[in-house]
Design a binder for this molecule. Sequence first.
Ligand SMILES: *Cc1c(COP(=O)(O)O)cnc(C)c1O
Length: 226
Amino acid sequence: MLYNQKRYQELLTELKPYKATLVAVSKTKSVEAIRALREAGQDDFGENYVQELSGKARALNDDIRWHYIGHLQSNKVKTIVPISHLIHSVHSLKLLKELNKQGEKAGRTVSCLLQAFIASEETKFGMTFDEMDELLHHSEISRLKNISIKGLMGMASNCDDTRKINAEFLSLKNFFEEKKKENMPDTVSFEILSMGMTGDYRIALDQGSTMVRIGSAIFGERKYTS
Ligand SMILES: *Cc1c(COP(=O)(O)O)cnc(C)c1O
């Protein structure tokens, strides 16, 4: 089985009332699996590894909307900019500048999200609310004409404590709504709130997520995780 058709259809039905976008996270999964899901009408796919993403994008040669959701490093920006529809994991001004530079070279505007650190796990990446606030109001942001910051992404703690996950997503939603009301440069618009994975997407939707990133529920368990 290339993907779980029943679960996929159930997910679409579940997401509908929320008008949330489903990003099918295909990391470690085959090109055939992606193609099969693509044929079922799925447009948005998420990948974590730069090499894997570029290989798949080349192999599929399709108008798939690729989302880069993995940890972002400056030296990889060049490779992902021409391929990605949306980059979810921006965590510094340095990266924004590099994205802008590569966007300029590729002759395109790079859409991205700032990754927020909302979990209580050291292993997770992202910026604190204060850091995001500072970045969004940084004088250089308005000069980065080839980027478009479209919102925020966050990952909750990997645990079974529903109340804790709920509180983490809520804190991000509150920050998102707060920033949305503020005066921002043209390069910033708060439209997308990317939160929720297989284990916690229902909680995320209830807390206002507009985009969920779901892998294992659709494609089955991964042999190795990241
Ligand atoms: C792997 C991954 C997902 C999807 O995880 P599942 O639990 O398989 O749904 C979502 N977001 C990020 C950033 C990931 O790395």
